[in-house]
Write a protein of this length. Structure first.
Lengths: 116, 116
């Protein structure tokens, strides 16, 4: 079993829909949770950064962390065709530095397609 | 300002050859990371530098892989006796570790390595 599990998709939804992406993990030491967006042939770009359990909202994006269930989610409201990309969850335990700036453990990524 | 840059963008080599991949982090960023991303997978952590020293090299797969950051800025990832399984996109990221966005990892576009 991999430390972080993420359904690779593809996930195809119509424009304007609410998108739900999620990851499960097995390492209870993880405290810092991130979502990255990656366009084809580009490096990952940070979308959301969360420490411990709880919710965080930024514009159309909401990140949720449930440490008791070892489950994290990213919701995208009013999805746009420009949101079509691969979404990667990532996490760290913060062993070597505070704030989670250790090497990250990534999920496989979910390929999201927003149909115009 | 300038982001993380990586050179070359593409590298094709033959099995058994030696390669060097270069990363120029964002100016002033203390931390530097190397990851490897195979097709259809998330990035896999290789090594993390704080300044000139490797704080965590637990992700290096074997002793054919080595990385340096002699002056605390530019880093070089070195792969000896390349194997076909080393073919992947090698991503570099940097993080300021202080100030705004202190723990965010900013990724470069990657070097696509192909071992024939």
């Amino acid at each position: 079993q991999k430390e972080v599990e993420q359904d690779p998709g593809p996930l195809s939804v119509p424009e304007g829909a609410i998108v739900s992406l999620n990851c499960t993990y097995s390492n209870s030491a993880f405290q810092y949770f991130m979502w990255y967006r990656q366009y084809s042939r580009k490096g990952p770009e940070l979308l959301m950064y969360t420490y411990s359990s709880g919710n965080k909202e930024d514009g159309r994006f909401t990140a949720q962390v449930d440490k008791s269930s070892k489950y994290i989610s990213l919701f995208i409201r009013d999805s746009q065709p420009s949101d079509s990309a691969t979404y990667l969850c990532a996490m760290s335990a913060g062993v070597y530095s505070g704030g989670g700036a250790d090497g990250l453990t990534f999920g496989k990524g979910t390929h999201l397609i927003i149909q115009p | 300002g300038a982001g993380v840059s990586q050179t070359p963008s593409n590298k094709v080599t033959e099995k058994g050859k030696y390669v060097e991949l270069r990363c120029d982090p964002i100016s002033g960023h203390t931390a530097l990371y190397w990851y490897r991303q195979s097709l259809g997978q998330g990035p896999e952590f290789l090594i993390y530098f704080q300044g000139t020293g490797a704080a965590d090299d637990s992700g290096l797969p074997n002793d054919r892989f080595f990385a340096v950051r002699p002056e605390g800025s530019v880093s070089t990832l070195k792969i000896q006796r390349t194997e076909r399984g080393d073919s992947a996109v090698y991503l570099c990221a940097s993080s300021p570790l202080q100030g705004l966005n202190s723990n965010e990892q900013f990724f470069g576009p990657g070097t696509r390595l192909t071992v024939l």
